[in-house]
Write a protein that binds this ligand. Structure first.
Ligand code: PEP
Length: 255
């Protein structure tokens, strides 16, 4: 039985006071929903303050990115050791905005992923197709390549430190979510691929989140699907009430 996992990606939003207030509100949500793993992923500069606000609540804090080198002359970059020092638990690897806006490729993401795993942190590997790729019926090919290349050289023994987020690019921040059937079809495909890349047991134990315009009003339907194990949430994670609805739906869907 996979524990549903809902994480809020705050992207480049909020100021310090707003970040602390939202983390405090989400900490209460996490306390009320013990059946769901809940995470928040603030901008780097607010991680320390957010970790303080979380205090002892069962709420993990993540980072939106990381650099793969341990330390040194890499101006502007952040290492896994720095993140671990701040009690970060998760790191997003290959969010579509990093792939498509900032030009990160699979080879770079594979280095980042290894670095995250070697530091004992959990990697949330994001995969998903653009609208053009979906229309060209390339969804499975794109997801397969991103999984195979992103997970190259990863030992199945590290599966407990891995989460995959299926985030169709056309659904991120657009208000257009995948239907539950579209989500389930790709999630089942991803799980099958994970069995081949890692192992059957690893694939069965790993959480696959859906991401792309998840809201309180569509969360229950999406998470009713057998291979949808939670959500990676952008816009709706910035509103505590909306996020609370998504977390509650995740808890009920797998109860
Ligand atoms: C995301 O940033 O991962 C995301 C899914 O955004 P949104 O929920 O706003 O579509």
């Amino acid at each position: 039985m996979r524990k549903p996992f809902v994480a809020g990606n705050w992207k480049m939003n909020l100021n310090r006071a707003e970040a602390v207030a939202l983390a405090t509100a989400v900490a209460a949500i996490a306390r009320e929903n013990a059946g769901v793993e809940v995470g928040i992923i603030p901008p780097f500069v607010y991680i320390d303050a957010v970790v303080g606000a979380v205090n002892k609540a069962p709420l993990g804090v993540g980072a939106q990115d990381v650099y793969f080198e341990k330390s040194g002359a890499f101006t502007g970059e952040i290492s896994t050791a720095m993140l671990a020092d701040l009690h970060v638990k998760y790191v997003l690897v290959g969010h579509s905005e990093r792939r498509h806006v900032l030009g990160e490729n699979d080879a770079l993401l594979n280095k980042k992923l290894h670095c995250v795993l070697n530091a004992g942190l959990t990697a949330i590997l994001c995969v998903g197709e653009t609208l053009e790729q979906r229309k060209a019926e390339k969804t499975f090919d794109v997801c397969r390549t991103q999984l195979v290349e992103g997970l190259k050289g990863v030992d199945a023994a590290k599966a407990s430190q891995l989460v995959v987020a299926y985030e169709p690019v056309w659904a991120i921040g657009t208000g257009l979510n995948a239907t539950k059937e579209q989500a389930q079809e790709v999630h089942a495909f991803i799980r099958k691929e994970l069995a081949g890349i890692l192992s059957q047991a690893a694939a069965e134990g790993m959480r696959i989140q859906y991401g792309g315009s998840v809201k309180a009003s569509n969360a229950a339907e999406l998470m009713s699907q057998p291979d949808v194990d939670g959500a990676l949430v952008g816009g709706a994670a910035l509103k505590a009430e909306e996020f609370a609805g998504i977390v509650a739906a995740a808890g009920k869907s797998k109860a």
